[in-house]
Design a protein around this ligand. Structure first.
Ligand code: SF4
Length: 296
């Protein structure tokens, strides 16, 4: 199994114990609500890549509701899709980056572009513990400049400082892994590297066939982040150090537990006394719903 997944790479780097402590016995079991959120995300990602809306089992109303959402949000949904993710870019590219200090591109980066989602997941899972893996939602390269977009359909985390719900920022470690992979295979020569987060939180899906009034729906929002040569070089070194630290943390995981915002959605929380203490101090219990990234 790889050391880290892109979606939880930030937590693996902030808290080495999180990559070492086991999750709940029996593996991760998604709640009904979380599974629904994940399947909604899968449907929207498929539309992003193809323009098709697939019916999804067992959610009989999702696809018709999404059609309604599209028609209420855009005067021309297909034109909007092509503006947000222009033709010529690649969708759903699985990527693996080696984190044990090997820096030669031919040895430390892998991509998988073909195959189904299930095949890409199996491809990623087959990497050894010195790798970090993920899937770029969209990648566009024009004249040496690359843009990598990550589409988020979760409702986002509440920010008490701003009072708003916010998605993963476009300069996150997850984005860093994607842009680093691209930068390495192109000989560290990108003239510009940019990552974006397109946040399109799912609306509440009606629980009956009764049509809800959907008078107005906010369109997706997009935030961007630029990466300079030095940013990417530093991030690569940060990955290597994080991987090394995880190896040391295996000897005494609790000594490497770093509590914080990551604890709330950490799968290891159930086996982490420090994290449970911290969550209790915050007045929170275990939270079953991972709002931000429930897609694999
Ligand atoms: S619960 Fe918090 S402190 Fe414990 S492993 Fe997870 S992120 Fe680290």
């Amino acid at each position: 199994m790889p050391w880290a997944r892109a979606s939880s790479l930030g937590r693996s780097l902030h808290c080495p114990a999180s990559a070492v402590l086991p999750g709940p016995d029996g593996g991760e079991v998604l709640s009904w609500e979380t599974q629904e959120a994940a399947d909604w995300g899968t449907m929207v990602h498929h539309w992003k890549a193809t323009g098709e809306i697939l019916a999804m089992t067992p959610w009989a109303r999702h696809h018709s509701f999404f059609e309604e959402v599209l028609s209420r949000t855009f005067t021309d949904p297909e034109a909007a899709r092509r503006i947000l993710w222009p033709p010529g870019g690649e969708h759903e590219v699985a990527v693996a980056v080696r984190c044990d200090g090997e820096k030669r591109p031919e040895h430390c980066v892998r991509f998988k572009r073909d195959g189904t989602t299930v095949e890409k997941e199996a491809w990623k899972a087959a990497f050894g513990p010195e790798w970090a893996t993920g899937t770029m939602d969209y990648r566009l390269r024009v004249d040496g400049a690359v843009t990598i977009d990550d589409l988020k359909t979760g409702v986002g985390r509440y920010n008490p400082d701003t009072g708003a719900r916010e998605s993963t920022p476009p300069g996150s470690e997850q984005h860093g892994l994607y842009v680093l992979a691209d930068w390495l295979v192109h000989g560290r020569s990108n003239t510009a590297s940019r990552t974006t987060t397109t946040h399109w939180p799912r609306p509440r899906i009606p629980s009956t066939n009764r049509r809800r009034s959907l008078t107005a729906l906010p369109p997706p929002t997009r935030l961007g982040h630029g990466w300079l040569y030095q940013d990417l070089d530093n991030f690569h070194n940060q990955l290597i150090m994080g991987y090394e630290l995880t190896g040391i943390a295996r000897l005494s995981p609790e000594a490497f537990a770093v509590v914080g915002d990551d604890c709330r959605f950490c799968p290891a929380l159930v086996n982490c006394p420090s994290g449970r203490r911290f969550e209790a101090e915050q007045g929170r219990g275990p939270d079953a719903i991972q709002e931000e990234d429930v897609r694999p």
